[in-house]
Design a protein around this ligand. Structure first.
Ligand SMILES: [Zn+2]
Length: 222
């Protein structure tokens, strides 16, 4: 028994199938990560359709037989998800519409100042921490070629989002780098961010206080 359904009837009784691209992706996941997760899924439930009526999990078109262009892949940890997703992101596969994971996302199109295939903030109500969501373009319907997914670790990009939060918090708290300058909020944990963080710790006196927590919140004596 695999992890995903690739065709059937949805809650409305409509026939649906995933496209070739999503089926190939699901089968690669099943081969490399066979453990089923509760958040795995392809076709939308009634509740999902009612909450997100234009989701790519809903068979398109919205009448008659349709195609599902999204897959949710449950993961046991952030690094498991990133291990799959980083090679995928770096492959710049044109079939991808967007991917969401851990309050972050990347897309095949630019958004604001963020280039294609670059992680950016995702602020939707579901942070996607126990699964990642992947949507594909209709062009993937008949393109089932192999996807570049991996099993290696790759938490650096997500970690950088935490670094940005830390840099923001340090700036807001008035902590400065070794030159007395505000930090550039770029997600790079370099000598300047390090020095500002160390100065923050030193401010706690003899005890090992954490004026700035990794979640980006300031707190006294936490
Ligand atoms: Zn989804």
């Amino acid at each position: 028994m695999g992890r995903f359904r690739y065709s059937g009837k949805n809650w409305e009784g409509r026939d649906w199938t995933v496209g070739d691209g999503t089926k190939a992706f699901g089968q690669q996941i099943e081969a490399s990560h066979p453990k089923r997760r509760g958040t795995d899924g392809t076709v939308a439930s009634k509740g999902h359709d009612q909450g997100s009526p234009t989701s790519d999990h809903r068979p398109r078109p919205f009448v008659g037989p349709g195609i599902v262009r999204a897959i949710d892949v449950g993961v046991g940890s952030m690094s498991e998800g990133m291990g799959i997703l980083e090679p995928l992101r770096l492959s710049r596969d044109k079939r991808i519409k967007y991917v969401m994971f851990h309050s972050s996302m990347f897309s095949s199109y630019p958004k604001g100042s963020t280039a294609p295939y670059t992680w950016r903030r995702y602020s939707g109500s579901n942070p996607h921490k126990t699964h990642f969501h992947k949507s594909v373009h209709p062009a993937a319907d008949r393109n089932g070629s192999v996807w570049e997914i991996g099993t290696s670790g790759g938490g650096n990009i997500m970690a950088s989002l935490e670094v940005i939060d830390t840099q923001k918090a340090l700036n807001e708290a008035g902590q400065t780098d070794f030159e007395g300058k505000k930090l550039t909020e770029d997600g790079e944990y370099g000598p300047r961010t390090h020095s500002a963080l160390v100065k923050g710790f030193a401010g706690g006196g003899g005890t090992h206080r954490h004026p700035i927590s990794l979640s980006g919140q300031t707190g006294e004596g936490g």
